[in-house]
Ligand binder design. Structure first.
Ligand code: 13P
Length: 266
C-alpha cells in the first residue's frame, strides 16, 4: 500500500544491542569494555546503543563514561508511573539518572511472558517521551499471522495503538523495531524484501497519523537473527535504518562488525 520514503539522509543509522536477560554485572563490565575498545571515531556516524539488564546499567554507564564513549545506553523496559508502591518496577526517572537515552518497549518477549499489551506499550511510550527518553517500540507478527497473510495489517495496528495520542515531534525522535517473532533467536531471519516491505509499511502507517515529515525522520529497525552473515542484505534497504540485535550483540567482535557494516551501508 505504501511506497518507500527515500529520505534516508535525514536518518542516522542505528545499531542497538538488546542483551535480554544475559550478563551479570562483572560480565557486563567486560562486554561493554570490549565493545568500547572496538569502537572508533567513525562510529559517531551511527547511533550505537546498548541495552543491558537493569542491574548492569550503572556499571555499564561507568565504563562508557570512563571511556568518553559515544555509545548510548538504553533499558529493556520501564514502568509508566513516576514512583510509588509498584514492587519490582523501574521508573523513567531512574533510567534518566543513569543517562539512559533509549528504552525498548513492547518487545515480543515482554508481550508473551509478561502480559504487555498495546495499551501498556502506549503508556510506556508516553511516559518515556514526557521525560525526554526515546522509545524503541517493537512490533512483529507470529508465524500464524504471517501465514494468514495478515502481517501488514497486524503490525500496522500495533503501531497505531502504540503511538496513540503521541505528537508528531516526539514521533520523529522515536524508533520502531520490526521484529517478526518467528525470526527472533531462531537463526531464521526474514528476507531483506520482507523486512523492507514491513518497514516501509510501518513508515506509511506513521505518515498516516503523524504526517510525512515525522515518518521520514523516525528510525525503523529490523530485528530477528540479524548477524554479520546477513546484515549486509538488510542494512541497505531504503526503509531499514539499522538493526535491533539480540544474540549477536553479546559478542563484542560481532556487534562491532555490525556497526561497521551499518557505516558502509548508508
Ligand atoms: P536475535 O538477534 O537473537 O534474534 O534477537 C532479536 C531481538 O529480539 C532483539 O530485540
Amino acid at each position: 500500500m505504501f511506497g518507500a520514503m527515500q529520505d534516508t539522509a535525514a536518518r542516522m543509522p542505528m545499531i542497538a544491542g538488546n542483551w535480554k536477560m544475559n550478563k551479570t554485572t562483572v560480565e557486563a563490565v567486560t562486554l561493554s569494555q570490549q565493545i568500547s575498545f572496538e569502537s572508533d571515531k567513525a562510529w559517531e556516524a551511527v547511533e550505537v546503543v546498548i541495552c543491558p539488564p537493569f542491574t548492569d546499567l550503572k556499571s555499564v554507564f561507568n565504563v562508557l563514561t570512563f571511556d568518553h564513549s559515544s555509545i548510548k545506553l538504553g533499558a529493556q523496559d520501564v514502568y509508566w508511573e513516576p514512583d510509588g508502591a509498584y514492587t519490582g518496577a523501574i521508573s523513567v526517572s531512574m533510567l534518566k539518572e543513569l543517562t539512559c537515552e533509549y528504552c525498548i518497549v513492547g518487545h515480543s518477549e515482554r508481550r508473551e511472558y509478561f502480559g504487555e499489551t498495546d495499551e501498556t506499550v502506549n503508556k510506556k511510550v508516553k511516559a518515556l517521551l514526557a521525560q525526554g527518553l526515546h522509545p524503541i517500540m517493537c512490533c512483529g507478527e507470529d508465524l500464524d499471522v504471517r501465514d494468514a497473510g495478515d502481517t501488514l495489517a497486524f503490525i500496522g495496528e500495533q503501531v497505531r495503538l502504540g503511538w496513540k495520542g503521541v505528537g508528531e515531534e516526539d514521533i520523529a525522535k522515536s524508533v520502531i523495531a520490526y521484529e517478526p517473532i518467528w525470526a527472533i533467536g531462531t537463526g531464521r531471519a526474514a528476507t531483506p524484501e520482507q523486512a523492507q516491505e514491513a518497514c516501509a509499511h510501518i513508515r506509511g502507517v506513521v505518515a498516516d497519523f503523524a504526517g510525512a515529515d515525522a515518518a521520514s525522520k523516525m528510525r525503523i529497525l529490523y530485528g530477528g537473527s540479524m548477524n554479520t552473515g546477513n546484515a549486509e542484505l538488510f542494512l541497505p534497504q531504503p526503509d531499514v535504518d539499522g538493526g535491533l540485535i539480540g544474540g549477536a550483540s553479546l559478542d563484542a567482535k560481532a556487534f562491532s562488525t555490525l556497526v561497521e557494516m551499518a557505516l558502509k551501508a548508508k
